[in-house]
Design a binder for this molecule. Structure first.
Ligand code: NOJ
Length: 749
């Protein structure tokens, strides 16, 4: 940016807005402190580095960039060259670093400790996409609260969560870290997790600052390839990808992370439209934005910045307040300010935001408030946390099919063979994105099953296959085990390193060696319960799809085996619903239930020529968003909806839900709409509300939902929220592609 551009920026509304008094109360001492800081110290406050003394698998998650030693990092703290570190080694590390900051640094500004506490700290909860399957935002709030209770006790002030990216392409491995494909569910879970992490008072020693990420549209990567180009219309951005961020912000999240990807040619890390126009001007965001890892540095490889200095200038002026990992801000901001290329006022505004957040976290009052080695131990893996992990685990399980009521299994009188690479062993239970949890402490499937049944001797185990490679003699042993059993639990799917960051897949199927195992076991004719391990939706086929019962168990965390056994043996009736559609074939990706109709939809029934479908398969889901069975027999009837909704009015839409089965269940009742004709084409269905309903055996209940104009908004021709009078379909249904009960109403002008 030349001098002219700087002048233009200085006169811009964005800058005026930055200087306007924000709503965030910033204590007066912060400005006094900024007045005392050198430019180097200011750049230091905007520099976050990976902890040299790392925690758990942190090093694998964030490969070292020839970083400093711990001693060198302490020396940096002394010189005021760091705002804090992330993914460090807990309270003892934090204590040593904070002590240097508070006793040896010139200005004694407390450090901020961050970490990827994504689905639990030491007690691990289900991966977020699994937890979203609970359709219970209140549960997501409770697990986030517990994660903060444990994590904050280890000295962590700030978590890099929640990830609120909408995932419409299941090849993208980071599906596991979000709430799936739907906007409403994404918003509600985002709100819940922010509230859970931050608690009622950010100063509390069991609260962590939340960070919505990755801003924005990281999940819209072309071909589901992580980090890939995003080219998306402003309308879709505003209607699909941005709302969960806005919801997180409205729920009080005071930090955000820029995404690695570009959008329509501009990397988010340098996207002033996103960072200033949307985030600050339109939404009034008062917190700070951090780059994702080396996001600023990566703009060189994007071909957007020539070198480190230019990358720094672009990222910083676009509105990314803090640089993670690269050290670029610390290295280049002082010179950029000296040469007048970065105005001091902009530098001060970012420093002010960061220091304001340290104040909000109570760090200026007591820099050690979250740092207490005894408390760290005392709060780690407590009984209530483990119980919550089991509850969250069983609520995350989705039963896709249950032919002939194969499930639940009896606890005695049947010989059970657990077959597959995930049958037994302390691996792949917690799931991806776990920095501090340990699979060695988690409950595997065989342990959960053995704990549930009356006769442990009736349970046999055969691994049968590796995850992606055959096991010598594995299939023979597995077939023998199946033949000697009355029922097979087939524990197959993805290992935890097959989803998560950088783990995109082209073929989202069960790996071939496991399919060979499944086919061989199926030939025994024994009833099969497929228990899937997965971080994304999978295209199921062959013996797995034909299994009598299928449970989606994601990665359930610390209590995985016990939670699965709760469902297998009927101590809990499955209530989870798919937050992402399972396609018929990987080639359908990106597939999402709320797609547009096209001008040539295939009508109900047989495939027709020149209609929108692939050769030989309908373009619908194998198991759609919202699908999930219970141990009850559920029927939807008696839809009641008025014929008109007045412009400023509200209508009540209701349906009767009956459980004629013999078990108590919870049913997730969903309300969808379709706007029949609009000035912008509308999806075939959109989720507008849902309710989890407990139904005793034989019970019926009338579920009511309120609908008003606000729920019928869409992003119109001018990229602004719009609503138009006209005809709407409304369904109350058990999934996005089930008919349930349906009516129509007209919104009148
Ligand atoms: C990169 C990931 O994209 C981000 O989500 C994470 O918080 C950082 N690394 C730090 O580990």
């Amino acid at each position: 940016m030349g001098a002219g551009a700087v002048a233009a920026w200085a006169a811009s509304p964005a800058r005026a807005m930055l200087q306007a008094a924000g709503n965030l109360p910033v204590p007066a001492f912060i400005d006094a402190l900024i007045a005392k800081m050198t430019v180097d110290e200011k750049a230091g406050q905007l520099t976050l580095l990976p902890a040299a003394w790392g925690g758990g698998v942190a090093t694998a998650l964030n490969p070292p960039t020839n970083g400093p030693s711990f001693e060198e990092q302490l020396a940096d703290v002394e010189k005021g060259r760091l705002t804090g570190v992330f993914n460090g080694n807990g309270a003892e590390m934090a204590r040593r670093m904070q002590t240097v900051a508070m006793t040896k640094s010139r200005l004694k500004i407390p450090l901020l400790f961050a970490a990827d506490v994504i689905h639990g700290h030491r007690t691990i909860f289900p991966v977020p996409v699994g937890e979203a399957a609970s359709f219970e935002p209140e549960l997501a709030e409770r697990t986030a609260r517990m994660a903060s209770y444990e994590g904050a006790a280890a000295g962590i002030d700030w978590t890099f969560a929640p990830m609120v990216d909408i995932a419409r392409d299941q090849r993208w491995g980071r599906t596991m870290e979000g709430a799936g494909e739907d906007v409403l569910l994404g918003e509600l879970i985002a709100v819940a997790r922010v509230k859970g992490f931050q608690g009622k008072d950010l100063k509390a020693n069991d609260a962590m600052l939340a960070c919505f990420k990755h801003f924005a549209a990281y999940g819209a990567a072309e071909a589901g390839l992580d980090y890939n180009t995003v080219d998306v219309s402003e309308r879709t951005l505003r209607e699909v990808y941005l709302p969960p961020f806005k919801a997180a912000l409205d729920a009080g999240a005071l930090s955000g992370m820029a995404s690695f990807n570009e959008i329509s040619g501009v990397p988010s890390t340098a996207n002033d439209w996103l960072m200033r126009k949307i985030l600050r001007e339109e939404w009034g965001f008062e917190g700070f934005v951090v780059s994702d890892y080396t996001g600023d540095m990566e703009m060189i490889d994007h071909g957007f910045a020539a070198d480190a200095r230019e990358a720094t200038k672009l990222a910083f002026l676009a509105g990314v307040d803090m640089s993670m990992t690269s050290g670029f801000y610390r290295d280049h901001l002082p010179d950029l300010v000296a040469k007048g290329e970065v105005p001091m006022t902009v530098l001060d505004a970012s420093v002010r935001r960061v220091l304001a957040m340290k104040a909000k976290l109570g760090l200026f009052d007591d820099p050690f408030r979250r740092i207490d080695v005894k408390r760290e131990k005392a709060r780690s893996r407590t009984k209530p946390a483990i119980a919550l992990s089991r509850e969250a685990g069983r609520k995350s399980i989705v039963m896709l099919k249950n032919d002939g009521d194969l499930l639940p299994l009896p606890k005695s009188g049947k010989r059970i063979a657990i077959i597959g690479p995930f049958a037994e062993g302390k691996h792949d239970i917690n799931g991806p994105w776990v920095v501090y949890g340990d699979n060695a402490q988690a409950i595997d499937l065989a342990s959960g099953v053995r704990a549930a049944v009356a006769d442990k001797g009736a349970v046999s185990v055969a691994l049968g296959s590796g995850v992606e490679a055959p096991l010598a003699g594995g299939i023979e042993a597995a077939v023998a085990a199946a033949n000697a059993a009355d029922v097979v639990i087939l524990a197959i799917g993805e290992a935890e390193n097959m989803s998560g960051e950088a783990q995109s897949r082209t073929e989202i199927v069960i790996p071939e060696p496991q399919m060979a195992l499944a086919e061989a076991v199926a030939k025994t004719g024994k009833p099969i319960v497929a228990v899937l391990k997965n971080g994304r939706a999978l295209a199921l086929e062959g013996a797995v799809l034909n299994a009598g019962a299928i449970l989606v168990t994601w990665f359930l965390g610390s209590e995985g085996g016990n939670a699965t056994a709760d469902v297998l043996f009927g101590d809990y009736s499955p209530a989870g619903r798919l937050p992402c559609s399972f396609p018929r074939s990987p080639g359908q990706q990106p597939y999402y239930y709320n797609h547009k109709p096209t001008g040539r939809p295939n009508p109900e029934g047989a495939l027709q020529p020149y209609k929108a479908h692939y050769r030989g398969i309908p373009n619908s889901a194998l198991f759609p968003f919202g699908h999930g069975l219970t141990y009850g027999k559920v029927a939807y009837s008696e839809l009641s909806a008025p014929a008109t909704l007045a412009w400023d009015g509200e209508i009540t839409v209701s349906a009767k839900i009956t459980n004629s089965g013999s078990r108590a269940i919870e049913e997730v009742v969903q309300l969808y709409i379709r706007d029949r004709v609009a000035s912008v084409t509308r999806p075939v269905r959109e989720l507008k509300a849902f309710r989890k309903l407990a139904l005793a055996p034989g019970a019926s209940e009338t579920v009511t939902f309120k609908l008003s104009r606000a729920q019928l908004l869409f992003i119109g021709r001018e990229n602004k929220p719009t609503v138009e009078p006209g005809l709407f379909d409304v369904w109350i249904a058990p999934s996005a592609e089930a008919e349930g009960v349906k009516a129509q109403f007209t919104l009148t002008a």
